[in-house]
Design a protein around this ligand. Structure first.
Ligand code: NAD
Ligand code: DAU
Length: 364
């Protein structure tokens, strides 16, 4: 039985992780620590809060004494550290929060874990750090995918902040003997993803007849993984991963952005033609008049320092830990579309607050 502290558990991947874990390990206790930034949503965890084995704490990973108290009072033996500023575009416009949360915040957690788990008492423990493939920089069209040995070459302030945090986690293992593991995952998609990210943004803009902004030529490539496959990878690392090691997680599923946008438009058009209630619910969507939503595609200025291609070589986690993604892109993207169509109140609320400011600043 484990007692987990999940940081950033009210965000996209953290929320999915909490439900995945409560379902698979009903004996375990989970405490979520989340600062509820624009990307955190306590309502995501309403169902989890009905479970007596779950507790939500509103607080910041920069608050070391709070983290120490949680580790002690809840007898935490496992930290799964998702909390971060996660959006590349925001890091370009305002890097400071990325440095505070992603670097200083991770270091604060490491200090608290060292104090409670190593200095006070040598307790059995694991600190798992969730990181990204963006630390490796960008690939050319014929380059082999990133392995765990690919040198770090981050290109955005976000990627640089994640790379720094990875180095700190490694250093706490090498120097102090903290039992750490790191996973570097490719692009996730699925339920609860904040609608500033490509896939939910395109879905919602199609429903509201808004332009679909494609940065540059749209031929940039990402390697997409359904969010619960990421969580399955983290689960395997917690179960069988070796302290001090890093594991890449990915779906071997490379797509150019523009092709994903066309796919979403095609699938939404089909959904509208199979279900006439959608035309009433989203009357402004071109799909409501059987017009192809791809007409909304609008090429806009490219992202500064935009990485051209990411791709993950996931052989280490596959061969050593038995990782195999369960979801194909075909099934994962359909599930995701259905979830967003079924959860309009969830994303409407976000559009009413922070997302509106974001659109006003960036697409005015
Ligand atoms: P997200 O932006 O949806 O959620 C981040 C969560 O962290 C939010 O709930 C937010 O309130 C919380 N948070 C932010 N600053 C905090 C602080 N100082 N203290 C406590 N909580 C704080 O992010 P996500 O997409 O779910 O990503 C989660 C993690 O996975 C991040 O570390 C990210 O770098 C990594 N990652 C994401 C992807 C992806 O495709 N989304 C892929 C690989 C790795
Ligand atoms: O690779 C893992 C990373 O994936 C994570 O570490 C990040 O936290 C996560 O945000 C994601 O980063 P990306 O920058 O790849 O995701 P995003 O959804 O912002 O963009 C995906 C691609 O689509 C990217 O090439 C930029 C492009 N894009 C994005 C948006 C929001 C557009 O062309 N138009 C858009 O409006």
């Amino acid at each position: 039985m484990k007692n987990l502290l999940v940081t950033g558990g009210a965000g996209f991947i953290g929320t999915n992780f909490v439900y995945y874990w409560l379902d698979k390990y009903p004996e375990d206790h989970i405490v979520v620590l989340d600062a509820l930034t624009y990307a955190g949503n306590k309502a995501n965890l309403t169902e989890a809060e009905k479970n007596p084995k779950f507790e939500f704490v509103h607080g910041n990973i920069l608050d070391q004494s709070l983290v120490e108290t949680l580790l002690e009072n809840h007898n935490i033996d496992t930290i799964v550290h998702f909390a971060a500023e996660s959006h590349v575009d925001r890091s370009i416009h305002g890097p400071d929060e990325f440095i505070n949360t992603n670097i200083v915040g991770t270091h604060t957690l490491l200090k608290a874990a060292k104090k409670i788990w190593l200095d006070a008492d040598n307790k059995s423990h694991r600190f798992h750090h969730i990181s990204t493939d963006e630390v490796y920089g960008t690939l050319g069209p014929d380059d082999p995918p990133f392995t765990e040995l690919t040198p770090y070459a981050p290109n955005s302030p976000y990627a640089a902040s994640k790379a720094s945090s990875d180095h700190l986690v490694r250093a706490y293992h090498e120097t102090y003997g903290l039992n750490t593991t790191i996973s570097n995952c490719s692009n996730n998609y699925g339920p609860f993803q904040f609608p500033e990210k490509l896939i939910p943004l395109v879905i919602i803009n199609v429903l509201f007849n808004k332009p679909l902004p494609i940065y540059g030529d749209g031929r940039q490539i990402r390697d997409w993984l359904y969010v619960d496959d990421h969580n399955r990878g983290v689960d395997l690392i917690l179960e069988k991963g070796i302290p001090g090691q890093t594991y890449n997680i990915g779906g071997t599923n490379e797509w150019a952005n523009i092709d994903i946008v066309h796919l979403i438009c095609d699938l939404l058009l089909k959904k509208f033609s199979n279900d006439t209630s959608l035309a009433k619910q989203f009357a402004n969507s071109p799909a409501a008049q059987a017009n192809h939503p791809a007409s909304l595609i609008s090429h806009v200025k490219d992202r500064a320092g935009h990485d051209r291609r990411y791709a993950i070589n996931a052989k280490k986690i596959k061969n050593n830990l038995g990782f195999i993604p369960e979801e194909s892109f075909e099934t994962g993207i359909r599930k995701t579309l259905t979830w967003f169509l079924d959860h309009q109140p969830w994303w409407n609320e976000l559009l009413d607050v922070s997302y509106k400011d974001w659109i006003a600043v960036n697409y005015a």
